[in-house]
Design a protein around this ligand. Sequence first.
Ligand code: CXF
Ligand code: ZN
Length: 362
Amino acid sequence: MNIQAYVAENEVVSLKEVQLREIEADEIIVKVVGTGLCHTDLNVLHSLTPTPMPIVLGHEGAGIVAKVGSGVTEFVEGDHVVISFNYCGKCNNCLHGVPSACENFFQENFGTSMELSNSKIADGERKVSNLFGQSSLATYCVANVRNAVKIEDKEIDLSLLGPLACGLQTGAGTILNKLKPGVNESVVIFGCGSVGLSAVMGAKLANCQTIIAVDVHEERLNLAKELGATHVVNGREVDAVQAVQEITSGGAHYAIESSGVAPVVLQAIRSVRALGTIAVVGASGNLEFHIHDELIPMNKTLVGVVEGQSIPKLFIPELIAYYKEGKFPFDRLVKKYEMTQLDQAIHDMESGKTIKPIILFS
Ligand code: CXF
Ligand code: ZN
């Protein structure tokens, strides 16, 4: 079938007509309603995360099942779905219930070569790669029985839900699935983008006594406060480490680094107390620090977390339940754009004007 899709190649992304080939037994075709934009899409666009090219972007998809493969029993045509990260379902970590640590995560989500790719997207004779087993910046996409999550409540605005598939579960999941802070404990969150603010909401859901949000933009700090931060720190105006040490009388129990700025990882390490844990979810690049002095005497744990260590089929419905109770108001973070407005959405995300853009498809 012919579809419209945002195809990336040579650092340019454009809306093009491409084709979807016949699906496998365990795959489904989804009519996309709305897809969130994530920094990983831009990393792929600029080949900072290598993938086969060309590739159709988009990995926070939400839509309606239009067709199911011959072996699919979990979904029927008309079901509402959110499409999350892909995983093999067969490796040790998948079998142990940690699909976000799938041993084949990179191949399943980014692809290592066009030859090995199971992509069903074609541009005439040319094969086009897929992202996160979906490529949902398109009018239709192919997902599978593992990464598609059924949304039982059809009354909820489906076009809003895509970001739950990556950015929002990364932030909330790092708190609720990985760190699991106690009610008397303190959390500091560096970076108030969609991941950081979801972590703030997650920490509020966990009833943490002290939730400190650190950013350099006053309006983001104000939003963090509205979403549950008990304290906010402007890292441009004050020494963030010192501020956290004072607020927590000696350091937070947990820190999350979501700003993506490498040196902030060191601030996060220095902000936790003895036995504290620092979760790094977004940073990249190089950072030099004294391993012994920064970590060992204080018994600190530095850990990388992918996708909030979520099991999407369990965690996304959980987040939707919190949303319906008014306890996870993630709609405060999003702004919707028309199908043709990807450039504007990218511009607004990069400038910080929009926290989480959603591209609507019809
Ligand atoms: C990414 C973060 C870096 C590791 C792979 C998954 N999350 C999605 O945007
Ligand atoms: Zn993402």
